[in-house]
Design a protein around this ligand. Structure first.
Ligand code: NAP
Length: 289
């Protein structure tokens, strides 16, 4: 990678960010497109995000990704918010443009919802009219549910350990297709048996707790189900292994990561993203980690 006076800068702010795959994924994409751009990880402590973003704008950055824990708090520094990001209540991508007098403008987007649906369709699953179970009610769940609603899914049951959080999600997204329930193994098995798609948006199964799964050990996963796990570290979670062993179709979290990153790449550069290169860079990073 060449860094010179014309290099355009983007990056990711979060706390922590040292385990982020995004620098490897985006720098591989810039190289593949022959763009003199560079993507850097930027650790920003809670409370410092507003100063950091204004500083990046003053430094001439073209944009920045936002990750945990800043996705909601950055909303207040933005000049414009895309309807998708406003509906989800969180931003994962900021584009920085300039007024003729040089004043920076900050535009917020959320590419997670479209990234999720894009990954689903790329695997051949069309959500329109389908009955879905979403486990979890955090930031990722909000994007997944919003994406499913936009894509015309049928009934969506949101199961969460903390019922209150699931209720908040469904009442804020306001749609008669949504219902919130408390996550119990019995209820999960029951609603999944009637659904066509099960999506894990919780952190359960994520490294280092790789022996954990939302699905009870002794119960077979219905073979008619498609099981999508947003966790991408590891790529093959215990949940996906349980599903595969029962003959169910599985989708890992990498497709969504690449799709949401590709959308951010396109927002910043205006060019189509080289998604195969981006996926290969992530796989290489995960096998090295
Ligand atoms: P978050 O806002 O912190 O939400 C975490 C969720 O996990 C909550 O619903 C929480 O339930 C639930 N949870 C945590 N521990 C649990 C346990 N032991 N049993 C049952 N539920 C549990 O996190 P997030 O930002 O939504 O991210 C969630 C996951 O999605 C992470 O693994 C992240 O890496 C992944 N993700 C992947 C992509 C992708 O592109 N593939 C994109 C975004 C996120 P409570 O409400 O009860 O605490």
């Amino acid at each position: 990678m060449r860094i010179d006076g014309k290099t355009q800068l983007v990056g990711v702010i979060g706390w922590p960010v040292e385990h982020s795959l995004s620098p490897a994924m985006h720098n591989a994409a810039f190289e593949a497109r022959g763009l003199n751009w560079c993507y850097v990880p930027l650790p920003v402590a809670p409370g410092q995000e507003e100063a950091a973003i204004r500083g990046l704008a003053a430094l001439g950055f073209r944009g920045v990704n936002i990750t945990v824990p800043h996705k909601q708090s950055v909303l207040r520094v933005l000049d414009t918010i895309a309807p998708e990001a406003a509906a989800i209540g969180a931003v994962n991508t900021i584009l920085i443009t300039r007024e003729p007098d040089g004043r920076p403008l900050l535009h917020g987007y959320n590419t997670d919802a479209q990234g999720f649906v894009g990954a689903l369709r790329r695997e051949g699953f069309e959500p329109r009219g389908k009955q879905v179970v979403v486990v979890g009610a955090g930031g990722a769940a909000r994007a997944v549910v919003r994406g499913l609603l936009e894509a015309g899914a049928g009934r969506i049951t949101v199961l969460n350990r903390t019922l209150e959080r699931a209720r908040r999600l469904t009442s804020e997204l306001q749609d008669s297709r949504l219902e919130a329930r408390e996550l119990t193994p019995e209820l999960l098995v029951r609603v999944a048996s009637e659904a066509e798609l099960l999506v894990n948006t919780t952190t359960v199964g994520m490294w280092p707790h790789v022996q954990a799964s939302i699905w009870p050990v002794a119960v077979p996963v219905p073979s008619h189900l498609t099981v999508f796990d947003l966790v991408y570290n590891p790529l093959e979670t215990l949940l996906l292994r349980q599903a595969q062993e029962c003959g169910a179709r599985t989708i890992d979290g990498l497709g969504m990561l690449v799709e949401q990153g590709a959308l951010a790449f396109e927002i910043w550069t205006g060019q189509p993203a080289p998604t195969a290169v981006m996926r290969a860079a992530c796989e290489q990073w995960l096998h090295r980690a």
